[in-house]
Design a protein around this ligand. Structure first.
Ligand code: FAD
Length: 393
């Protein structure tokens, strides 16, 4: 991969934080300052879990601070001001009903309705271009695992699996009807092969004119670069468009623990440099096949974002080519998102919404990620501080 990174820069904090009032800017810096403190994050995580267990009201503490930083709102209506603010900055939105693993059919139906509502809402909003879904929110996680292991299911389980498949099929159909992309999140490796199989099925069904259904490729896995190559070949052979969201992967600790418990070799790369190498090779592969692949650079890694943007320009691919988008989480990596959108690239902010109590696992992951990923918090904080200084606050 060439390292021509001279044309685009993420250093302009005036562009990066133009959406923040002075108060908002200082508040965001305060949140990142808190997140940088490992002890406070661990203590906060424990206290939040205890408070939830004993039904102690956490809303007054969580909502103004961490929830507002990382989520659009508790409902779609509450997300509107943030969606409009992003629209003014030519940034699109990827809505995600942030409720995670559920167990009952009632919860699965509720998740289905929320995702359907998000797709219909997106169909009416100019800059809401994507809805992200987790299959484990629409059906029983254990059934996915059993299917993946080719274990036989009882007739009751088969019926439950079929209901999950139907919810997925219906959501993809609504996405196509509304002309909104639907991204299926990648999950743990012990269910991901089954998720891949289902997403492939619906890509073949719905991506005949353009990519509506997207799968997620976790390049921290040893086998996923090859899987991306195979998926591109399959799309060519069966004549459909491949939708590919490229991520490094979110479940390192869980994956390593699972491998240890099952006495299996981990499916993950052991060194970060190998993950980066595969991730960047995946970017190049998607650019090589841009006529057949629509892809999303879902990353806060500055080098990967910068390389893709510059490589597009080097290859004469328009910055706003409809097959390429860049995505960072709402409340994170604004210096990447807003500098890219200012330079004319397609940027989509991943915006979770949902009741506070339900999005707690997502918020805990954000808090822990920001207190543990090397350099991530300090990078965010130093950029926020640079802007505070520039504004002479
Ligand atoms: C818009 C968006 C959507 C996302 N959707 C998903 C999703 O559907 N599924 C999902 O799993 N994740 C998802 N993620 C999270 C993503 O996988 C990463 O965890 C996160 O973005 C950090 O990676 P990075 O590329 O931003 O940056 P970096 O900071 O460069 O990379 C950190 C990542 O590198 C990898 N890594 C670091 N050290 C090691 C090591 N020793 N061994 C193996 N791997 C290592 C890990 O994946 C770690 O998260 C999403 C992220 C974004 C921004």
């Amino acid at each position: 991969m060439s390292t021509n990174t001279s044309k685009i820069s993420f250093q302009n904090t005036e562009i990066a934080y133009a959406h923040f009032s002075n108060h908002g800017l200082k508040k965001a810096a305060g949140v990142y300052q808190l997140l940088g403190n490992n002890f406070l994050v661990n203590l906060g995580t424990v206290l939040t879990k205890v408070a939830l267990a004993i039904h102690f009201p956490i809303r007054p503490f969580v909502k103004p601070l961490i929830f507002k930083q990382f989520c659009g709102g508790e409902s779609l209506k509450e997300c509107l001001p943030s969606i409009h603010l992003l629209e003014q900055k030519r940034v699109d939105v990827n809505l995600n009903y942030g409720v995670e693993i559920k167990k009952s059919e009632r919860d699965f139906d509720k998740s289905f309705c929320k995702n359907k509502g998000a797709l219909e809402f997106a169909g009416r909003k100019r800059n809401v271009k994507v809805v992200s879904c987790k299959l484990s929110g629409l059906g029983n996680f254990d059934l996915l695992e059993k299917k993946q292991n080719a274990q036989s299911l009882s007739s009751k389980e088969e019926a439950a699996f079929e209901r999950m498949r139907k919810r997925m099929d219906d959501l993809c159909a609504i996405a196509k009807e509304q002309d909104v992309a639907i991204y299926w999140d990648a999950e743990e490796s012990w269910v991901q092969t089954e998720i891949d199989r289902l997403v492939d099925e619906f890509m073949q069904k719905y991506n005949t004119e353009k990519a509506i259904v997207f799968n997620t490729f976790q390049l921290y896995r040893i086998d996923k670069l090859q899987y991306l190559k195979d998926s591109i070949e399959l799309a060519k052979e069966k004549n459909y468009f491949l939708g590919a969201k490229l991520v490094r992967g979110a479940y390192i600790e869980k994956e390593n623990q699972w491998a240890e418990e099952h006495e299996e070799v981990s499916v993950l790369h052991s060194k970060k440099k190998d993950v980066d190498q595969d991730y960047n090779a995946a970017l190049a592969l998607c650019l090589d096949n841009i006529d057949r692949v629509s892809f999303c650079v879902a990353s806060h890694n500055e080098e990967s974002n910068l390389w893709t943007a510059n490589e597009m320009l080097n290859r004469g691919i328009a910055a706003n080519h409809p097959h390429v988008s860049f995505s960072q989480l709402y409340g994170m990596g604004d210096f990447i998102s807003f500098n890219l959108s200012e330079a004319g690239f397609n940027v989509v902010k991943y915006m979770p919404f949902g009741p506070i109590e339900e999005v707690i696992p997502y918020l805990i992951r954000r808090a822990q990620e920001n207190s543990s990923v090397d350099g991530q918090t300090s990078r965010e904080l130093s950029m926020l501080k640079k802007e505070i200084q520039r504004r002479k606050l």
